[in-house]
Every structure is written in C-alpha cells, then in structure tokens.
Ligand binder design. Structure first.
Ligand code: SF4
Ligand code: SF4
Length: 159
C-alpha cells in the first residue's frame, strides 16, 4: 500500500515481464500490461460492479477453490490498486454477448469491454490483444497439494 502511494514508484499491476536485457544499473524491461476491461483512470473502486454482477465463479486463487468471486472482481479486499478486472472467460458479455450490467451500474463509466493489453512506455503506446489469463496460486503445483490457504478458508473464524 505504501508503494502504491509513493511519488517515485509506478505500480504496473496486472502485468507480466516479457523480457529483460542490459546490465547492472542499466536494465531494460519489456512489460505487457493485460486488459482489465476497466479504465484505471476512471474507476473509483466503489465495488458496485462486483456487487451486481450475476456471475459467480469458483475462486481458485484467494479462496483456494473453497469460495466464490464474481466475473468482475478484485482478487481480495485489500488489493492495490482497488480496481476490479473482468474475467473474460466467465463474463456473460464476452461468452454469450449479453448482460453488461456492470457497465450500467458503474457511476463513472469505467467499464471498457474493448480495452486491450499494451506495453507501457513503448513508442506510440502499442496496443495488442491480450486474452485474460488466470494465474494459479502455485503454477505447476499438484492439484492435490494443500497449502496454508486451505485450513484458513475452512476455519469458522475466517467466515
Ligand atoms: S457483463 Fe460480465 S462482468 Fe459485467 S456484470 Fe455481466 S457477467 Fe458480470
Ligand atoms: S462500478 Fe465502476 S467505479 Fe465502481 S469499482 Fe466497478 S468499475 Fe470501478
């Protein structure tokens, strides 16, 4: 959270490092920012879209498969920035061409179904289609592996 407020730090969230070149003290990093389908400049993080979204999806990340999130969601309550993302693989608009409820309830017009991924800082602000990616909690881990998240989610104190 402190890093998010720091004037000399630019957070590139929902992004992936594609390539690193250079040497100590002079690195060049190529980063691809994925499409949230939400305009970060307009979103206030009010949460109205998540509340009204009719699509529930099993949350295999934060809830360790033991709870649900919506098709438009923040990974967890304290996520920085407090801006949701549309899970295009489960959103009714992207899969069936109907709904758009999040767009209707958003008070700031932040929903952008046509948003595309891009390389921040690249000449001309290159834009590239970038499909929604789901990042597993532990990439490559056995599905039968129980992590610390399981007992936490099962604990009555968590609920
Ligand atoms: S358009 Fe998609 S993300 Fe928006 S409310 Fe409908 S299902 Fe949810
Ligand atoms: S309703 Fe709009 S402003 Fe509120 S969190 Fe969703 S996208 Fe952001």
């Amino acid at each position: 959270m402190d890093a998010g407020r720091h004037p000399n730090i630019t957070l590139l969230t929902y992004s992936e490092v594609e390539a690193v070149s250079g040497y100590v003290g002079n690195f060049t990093v190529r980063i691809r920012k994925r499409a949230r389908s939400v305009d970060e400049e307009k979103c206030t993080g009010c949460g109205a879209c998540q509340e009204k979204c009719p699509t529930k999806v099993v949350d295999t990340a934060y809830e360790a498969g033991l709870g649900y999130r919506k098709a438009i969601y923040r990974p967890f309550a304290q996520a920085v920035p407090s801006i949701p993302v549309i899970d295009r693989a489960n959103c009714l608009w992207f899969t069936k061409g109907r709904c758009r409820l999040c767009e209707k309830v958003c008070p700031t017009g932040a929903i952008d179904y046509n948003q595309q991924g891009h390389h921040p800082g690249s000449p001309g602000g290159q834009h590239h289609p970038w499909p929604q990616a789901t990042t597993p909690l532990m990439p490559g881990a056995s599905p039968s592996l129980a992590t610390a998240a399981f007992p936490k989610r099962l604990s009555p104190r968590w609920r």
